[in-house]
Design a protein around this ligand. Sequence first.
Ligand code: CTP
Ligand code: MG
Length: 236
Amino acid sequence: MSNSSPAFWAVIPAAGVGARMAADRPKQYLQLGGRSILEHSLGCFLDHPGLKGLVVSLAFDDPFWPSLQCAADPRIARVDGGRERADSVLNALLYLHAQGAGDDDWVLVHDAARPNLSREDLDKLLAELADDPVGGLLAVPARDTLKRVDKNGRAVETVDRSLIWQAYTPQMFRLGALHRALADSLVADANITDESSAIEWAGQAPRLIEGRSDNIKVTRPEDLEWLRLRWTTSRR
Ligand code: CTP
Ligand code: MG
């Protein structure tokens, strides 16, 4: 493990509609402890001295972003998102290249809907991967017993969970390698749900760094209820 934390770019895909949340606006704009979820998700990066700059991918007609305080932050650039999350990330990487960022620069991609990233986890990821040839991601080992089910929702098998982890974000890769992997896997129509899956598709093995399990992605209403409860009991 390296002692020095590398400098990095942050990319925040925030162009999703939040269909599973079924709220009156995309979930990244729902409130949590007096600020939007998106502002919390950006905050951990904006507070970090290693940040070179941040790119946020937004729906082209996003009416909410301009009213956030951080919209005026000169360290933040805005690009248009795309159809899938991978398209949104790719647009941000294209922007970074156009700005002169180097192929070997580290890029950390973090979900806009993941507002509870701790500084400790961010520092751990940066330190553990500083000298890694591939990069990696925060992740959490599966805790519950896992079932494979049939079409009728009946358990047919209990899956060995010892080698199963849940992929979280940030995911940390070199700009050039991530750009190539995402672009090539999109052209090949591969099933890419996160940056790691693109790098895996390209034949590399990202490292999993164990993070806190409360760095959850807000996906359904109960996730936000849980975070709001936590926020009121442990003021951050
Ligand atoms: N995202 C994006 N561009 C897309 C789709 C998703 O930037 N075309 C972003 C979301 O804004 C979110 C992150 O990717 O921050 C993770 O995606 P997810 O949790 O699936 O968010 P949504 O797609 O908004 O939610 P849902 O799938 O329920 O519609
Ligand atoms: Mg989605």
